[in-house]
Design a protein. Structure first.
Length: 170
């Protein structure tokens, strides 16, 4: 007798984790935000390193009655790939935000405010919550990142600021 697989079982790991990406994850995020609830998921990629690393859990909250600000880490859906993108607002022109990953050499372009879904409120790394890169320092990060690739500045300074980041995240 063959075992019957339900359609959802192809997305669930043995530990009960739901494995979604691309359009399915975007659709779920939008459905959760329509109810005004926060959403958390595991980051995939290095475009926001060192503040958000591959495998970190990001907590995204819907933008309800709040306009994004310069330096905020925001979630939006890439129109071409339908993937959720988490990048920083490094500039603003009218009702559009210039979005760019902290570790990216090029900006995503201007994203209309109505296409921005939510903002990252905290990050969980190795089971501990951290807010580094999300507090008042986000304005300085946005300023530097909007002028030139941020990762070129971070690498030489990493040895100096790593102990500070470790203390803040504990």
């Amino acid at each position: 007798m063959k075992s019957q697989r339900t359609e959802h079982s192809i997305f669930v790991k043995d530990g009960g984790e739901l494995l979604l990406s691309g359009p399915l994850l975007s659709e779920l995020l939008c459905a959760v935000f329509q109810r005004g609830m926060p959403f958390r998921f595991q980051a995939n990629g290095f475009s926001m390193s060192p503040f958000i690393k591959d495998g970190d859990v990001v907590f995204v909250f819907p933008l309800t009655n709040v306009s994004p600000g310069l330096g905020d880490v925001l979630a939006f859906i890439d129109k071409e790939t339908e993937n959720i993108i988490i990048h920083r607002a490094v500039g603003k022109k009218g009702d559009c935000y210039l979005m760019k990953g902290d570790n990216s050499s090029q900006a995503d372009g201007l994203i209309p405010e109505e296409d921005i879904l939510g903002y990252v409120k905290c990050i969980e790394r190795n089971g501990k919550k951290t807010f580094v890169g999300l507090g008042p320092e986000r304005l300085l990060i946005a300023f530097i990142n909007g002028r030139r690739p941020f990762f070129h500045l971070i690498r030489p300074l990493k040895r100096l600021v790593s102990p500070v980041f470790r203390r803040l995240s504990t």
